[in-house]
Write a protein that binds this ligand. Sequence first.
Ligand SMILES: Cc1cc2nc3c(=O)[nH]c(=O)nc-3n(C[C@H](O)[C@H](O)[C@H](O)COP(=O)(O)OP(=O)(O)OC[C@H]3O[C@@H](n4cnc5c(N)ncnc54)[C@H](O)[C@@H]3O)c2cc1C
Length: 322
Amino acid sequence: MRVLVVGGGVAGAAVAYFAARGGARVTIVDAGEHAASHVPSALLNPVRGQSGGVDERALEGLALTWALVRELEGAGWRVPHGQAGVLRPVPDERTRARFVRHLPPALPHRWLTPEAFPVPLAPGWPQALWLPEGGWLDGAALCTALLGASGAEVMRGRAVAWDAHSVTLEGGTVLRGDAVVWCGGAVGAGWAGEAGTHRAGTLLTLERPATPLPVSFGAYLAPGAGGTGVLGATFEAPTPTWHPPTLPAPSLRWLLDRGGALTDLRGVRVTGRWSGTRLSGLVAGRQASGVWRLSGLGSKGFLLGPLLARHVAGDVLRDGAA
Ligand SMILES: Cc1cc2nc3c(=O)[nH]c(=O)nc-3n(C[C@H](O)[C@H](O)[C@H](O)COP(=O)(O)OP(=O)(O)OC[C@H]3O[C@@H](n4cnc5c(N)ncnc54)[C@H](O)[C@@H]3O)c2cc1C
């Protein structure tokens, strides 16, 4: 069976990996631009945002992503990561009650008071939720490893049209296959002229981690590859269409303030920035057109992306065999 995948971010790379593992011959078309998945350090954090919501698939997704990282590293691919926990400070009792309401009993966690915080936080945080199974990973490295390990043929370029059995590239080349899976992310939705909910954000890359373990509330601090660190968040106002992400001066100030509210950032040098856009509105399955799709992973690209990709790839293969 030949599977054509549009997009080589975490969604497309993981679909390719699982489809190839299931015996398919996979070709990926990837423009290689504006991939949200190339976020320098992404959190694997099952307890989301300031609501503390936990997706019903979070535990399974977390376990699968870490298993995948181990599998890829075992096969010789390097995926910088740290599976040493995530700390979620909460500012008050109301927020804690909200978090508690969402916490599934099966999710390992502990509430800590300041004396027991595993990293020094800025003053004023009365408590924090410790999630020992969370962590961080290098998004681009995971995609590279998945693509490499899949053995898929990767074609650099932009797809301009697709249907259930073909993909047309800029320049007119037509690829044919038994199934087409669209995983174009926020930028692809923009190029396709689709309306959606796009949210842009920025990570400042730091010379060293501001905290040795990831810390997240409002913004996040995390270690990154090679002894570096990041301070980031997705915080720009949502827009219905995709725009190249920028970092306006007020956003930079906001981000630094949020980082400073988490821990003391004095002496931590900023070395650069990475900006990206994520798309909300999960779609995982076959569309009326016959094209399969995995998109709209929102802020949970690495928590749920591989898990949903495994489902989609499984359905594509079963359908092809029927
Ligand atoms: C600032 C920020 C921080 C984030 N932090 C986290 C985090 O901590 N944890 C977490 O789990 N998630 C995080 N996310 C979300 C996560 O990055 C996304 O959910 C995920 O990367 C989306 O993956 P994707 O494969 O759907 O899309 P993308 O990674 O955007 O990949 C799409 C790819 O398809 C290509 N493409 C699109 N259209 C075409 C076409 N027509 N032809 C050829 N190629 C095409 C693009 O060039 C791109 O390479 C963050 C996002 C941002 C912006």
